[in-house]
Design a protein around this ligand. Structure first.
Ligand code: EPZ
Length: 469
């Protein structure tokens, strides 16, 4: 198992480019199950999650190959397999997105329920509600969803849930409805750019979807879908992560291939915090001309602040003077990164779905553990900004959603080493016998006295699933 050793305090300078969006590529790859003939996808990032889904789609009768021009060529060659096994699905919960296309084209599917997750409860009731409305017979048994439908029929569906809409639920229902008989309307559909990208890809396949990007979708069922070529949109979450890395180190970076229109709420909040963002070419130049400001962040469904950037905002605000409050209305328990940031000297306290942050003068390096994909990114950002060395364990979480993030950051001047998680690779400054001395390795003492700073866990039970979010 690998870990990162990070030497903090390096200002990031230079240019970096954003890769294709993981959360667009995954449902679009699944949608190819519904196509007759080959599909070629460009801009598919080389991520562990993409590889995992590739394994599943191959098991479901697809051929998948990376072309010399970088395109991912996919085609269904065998429609007999219809089972998405637990071992694959538990590694990547977005595998649930094969349910809709399998049901639509093969009339039958058996997909494992994803299982536990470190960012909070991940039910699929809305997925099942939408598919049942289209006429599917569904039952859940022994941890699997058994679905069948002689012929799906269009329906009027409401997909609103207690935490807003559902991104992959909207994807699943849209993919099933595309081959249903008649018209389907989805009210309270997810509006995320990744859902729009899927819908635009499906329209290239011959689907008839309108209302993309709004909560009201209309899908006119067609008899068949064919393969298509498509370029995946840039990853807005990676873009925000790179912008925040530059801001937290006081650097000056140009981030290319950024769709600013997908990041309006994020860019507005970053400017409120004191980050200067200047449009340049296909992206943004970022620097921080003055001290950062505290700010409140409320994570909401799109077009609100994305929950997938909540952890990164917490890391950024940890060193912004003043009191900031971060509230996650999508995943109210998505705060496992808070305890690790406290180990780096942050002053954070949990209050229900919120974390209250009292900005400190600076973070200090420590040995920390990643718990999920976006928490890993937040710990990398914090380690870059911290004084001294940090070690970040379980970075396999990071590899699921960022392709060699350390290479991109090191090209900007960061000093991140990917090494085996072994005692001999632990920096001397973080070795227990050294940590006891003040200032060892640049570590600073942090004062956690006061109103429960550091009380960051609502429940005593640590949720430590290795399952992917
Ligand atoms: C997608 O997950 C993303 N994953 C997540 O990104 C992202 O955090 C999430 O949307 C919210 O934006 C992919 O696209 C692969 P949801 P998804 O269904 O679709 C509740 C990352 O880091 N809900 O939109 O699984 C649910 O509990 C990942 O890249 C129901 O109640 O999320 C949550 O509170 C992490 N019933 C809220 O809705 C359901 O049937 C949003 O969930 C489904 C969801």
């Amino acid at each position: 198992m690998d870990m990162f050793v990070v030497r903090g305090g390096q200002r990031l300078e230079g240019r970096v480019s954003v890769s294709g969006a993981k959360n667009a590529a995954l449902p679009i790859m699944a949608a190819a199950l519904a196509a007759e003939g080959p599909t070629v996808l460009y801009g598919v990032p080389d991520l562990v999650d993409v590889q995992t889904l590739g394994e599943l789609l191959t098991a479901l009768g697809m051929t998948i190959a990376r072309r010399a021009d970088g395109g991912l060529q996919m085609e269904v060659v065998d429609q007999r397999p219809c089972v998405a096994e637990y071992d694959l699905v538990r590694r990547m919960r977005a595998s649930i997105c094969v349910l809709g296309p399998l049901l639509a084209r093969r009339k039958s599917a058996c997909v494992s329920l994803p299982g536990g997750c470190n960012i909070g409860d991940r039910p699929v009731d809305l997925h099942l509600k939408g598919l049942a409305a289209l006429g599917a017979d569904l039952r859940v048994e022994s941890g699997y969803i058994f679905a069948s439908a002689a012929r799906l029929k269009g329906a009027a569906i409401y997909l609103g849930g207690p935490f807003g809409s559902t991104v992959t639920g909207t994807c699943n229902v849209m993919m099933a409805a595309a081959l249903a008989e008649g018209v389907t309307t989805i009210e309270a559909a997810a509006c995320e750019p990744e859902v729009v990208d899927l819908g635009e890809f499906m329209n290239k396949m011959g689907a008839r979807i309108s209302g993309l990007g709004t909560p009201f979708l209309r899908i006119e069922g067609v008899a068949a879908l064919h393969g298509a070529e498509h370029e995946i949109i840039p990853d807005r979450i990676e873009a925000a992560t790179l912008l925040m890395a530059a801001a937290m180190t006081g650097g000056r970076v140009q981030v290319d291939n950024v769709r600013c229109g997908h990041l309006t709420a994020v860019l507005e909040k970053l400017r409120e915090i004191g980050v200067r963002l200047t449009p340049v070419g296909s992206g943004l130049a970022v620097d921080v001309p003055h001290a950062l400001n505290a700010a409140d962040c409320i994570m909401l469904p799109y077009p609100g602040l994305p929950t997938d950037i909540q952890a990164q905002f917490m890391a950024l605000l940890a060193a912004a003077p003043g009191i900031s409050i971060v509230t996650d209305k999508v995943f109210p328990d998505r705060f496992m990164h808070a305890a690790e940031l406290v180990r780096m000297g942050a002053r954070i306290r949990r209050e229900g779905p919120s974390a209250i942050i009292s900005g400190v003068a600076g973070l200090s390096g420590a040995s920390v553990m990643a718990s999920d994909l976006r928490a890993s990114a937040a710990l990398v950002l914090a380690a870059l900004a911290a004084r001294g060395d940090s070690v970040i364990r379980r970075i396999y979480h990071l590899d699921r959603g960022y392709h060699r993030l350390e290479a991109k950051l090191n090209s900007l001047g960061a000093r991140i080493s990917r090494v085996q998680d072994a005692p001999q690779n632990m920096p001397a400054s973080l070795a227990p016998q050294t940590c006891g001395r003040r200032g060892a390795g640049g570590a600073a003492e942090h004062d956690l006295r006061g109103p429960n700073w550091g009380r960051v866990r609502e429940t005593s039970a640590d949720r430590l699933f290795d399952a992917a979010e």
